[in-house]
Design a protein around this ligand. Sequence first.
Ligand code: RBF
Length: 210
Amino acid sequence: MSESIKGPAPPSTKLDGSPLRIAIVHSRWNETVIDALVAGTIAKLKATGVKDSNILVQSVPGSFELPLACQKVISGSHVQAGATATDLLGGLTSFTSPNPTSRSGTPAPVSASMPHQPFDAVIAIGVLIKGSTMHFEYICESVSHALMRVQLDTGVPVIFGVLTALTDDQALERAGIGRGHNKGHNHGEDWAAAAVEMASHTRRWAEGKF
Ligand code: RBF
């Protein structure tokens, strides 16, 4: 049998996750598959250089909850970053100048080295397995549209890590834990690579660098 032509080609430049902060938001339905996907995603993020301390993992009950959670995690990280920058400026003021209004000198380190920078990308992970009612169709459609909306509305890449499987075996194989001789491939690794690539592109493009 001929080899499959499916799947992403490698990126043209080496992935460098070292300056990036990335959130994983996952649902808890179909836990065996979710656990494998989350583990695969984290392993690949670290392999590209993303620091442990720059990976946040949050969970929600089911896939239907993913879009709102991603949106709130993104907006919350801006609040957190703002608070951190204010803390740094406050700290700097009290150390460098007795008069807060005349502060000068060293600028606060509020960019890439900031302890809580906003998320550069969010990876939404869910596993939907078709049942005997119409729930599958409704949830798949609304979640995929809403995740796209979150990334376009926020300008932060949201990676579509939602499996929409017709059978348990399809889901297991896409997490690399198939029951037959074909274990499949862990798609979490691809989602991590996509997150690092899109986060890096987005930073560069935002600075007008192409
Ligand atoms: N959530 C999933 O992430 N994957 C599923 O396969 C899934 N199947 C569901 C099937 C039914 C009949 C119902 C009622 C919910 C299902 N959910 C599933 C949960 C859904 O995403 C959500 O958490 C709940 O509907 C609460 O908003």
